[in-house]
Design a protein around this ligand. Sequence first.
Ligand SMILES: Cc1ncc(COP(=O)(O)O)c(C=O)c1O
Length: 406
Amino acid sequence: MQTNAEELNGSQRPLPRGPVLDWSSFGRIDVPDVHSVENLKNKMLTTSGRAAIYQALLQLDLPVYSSVLVPTYHCPTMVAPVLLANLNVAYFGLLSTGLPNLDAIEESTAQKCKVMLVPHYFGLAKSLKEVRQWCDKRGIALIEDCAHCYFGQAGERAVGEWGDFATASLSKFFPLPEAGLLASAKRLIKPVASKKPSLKAQIKGCVDVIELASRYHRFFGIHIFLALFFKLKNIRSQKYEAAEIINKPEAVEMMRDCDMTRIDQSPLWAAIALKNILPRGRIILQRQINFASYASYFSNVPGAKPLFPISADSVASTAPYVFPLWVDDPDSIYQALRALKLPVFRWDRIWPNTPNFPEDTGALWSHHVLQLLCHQDLNSTDIDRTAQAVLDLLKIQQIKIQTVHT
Ligand SMILES: Cc1ncc(COP(=O)(O)O)c(C=O)c1O
């Protein structure tokens, strides 16, 4: 189906795909206490979520080429650290809840594996009690991937407390140039000799945060000055970037796309400082509000449905990362949403040779699930605009289907 993206969205501005610093980032809002990975006893900041996974694997001190179980439904940045740590990747499929399909993992595979990486998808954490028991029975270490779930309760325990190690991605929750977290409730984290970023990189980190804010017209009152400053700053680099894009080969390695260059460095000052000073209340509350707003749009729509049943307390004890939407016929809709530059992802780029297990929910999700971002720097107008675009595209699709059938 061809849909004219411009017709739907006119010349509206692109919406940010992650948190953006603004005056409001510093505002304090009281919310009921919500757990966070950052409250775990032992922790170490890294440059990203992928760096945290890499460091967790190093902490486990595994024999070279040991196998690590990762889910078939993944972002490539979950697989790249395993390979970079000289380990082998084995896969597990998912149940419709998003939890590992433990019964379908062959004992011969389990015996070869030393680690299992289990994410809390979308920021909607679930109990990992059975996963923990399954791992304990086999002497497998559990890395609880909290990249989508910086805050929350995972069943009987707080997020991050199930894993031997928990990993998190701070730049998904805070307006930071980069940063991740390696944490553990029980295990000590051995000191890591990380490389220090150069002074130039430190300054660039600070400038990048402000430049991103300026691109999205933040910092009311001084925005005009910021915009002018960055326009002048970028006059030379724009020419350079354009040349770069033209010269870039089409087929780039997935590993290169994952950009693992800074995994053994310490995070930038800008990231550390902002992480320490920014209040958490607004991050949690605005995500809950945005999630609820999406839920109200998609409760009863032909051609799409919320991936999980939504109840009043679905996100009461968490700060969701995205609203996961199942779309029956997603390809053209996703393409149009991308063309509209709306804050929507699909994890359709999975690692080469990921197996196709029978009845695996992971494979279906890679195709059908759209992840609608609900971060705190999208306001109600932004959420309405994104939801409305999805609804319009679904409506056009339904009309086409009806026309074909009549
Ligand atoms: C579940 C999951 N784990 C890990 C990562 C890696 O996080 P980062 O982008 O901070 O490296 C991602 C990134 O999208 C992710 O979605």
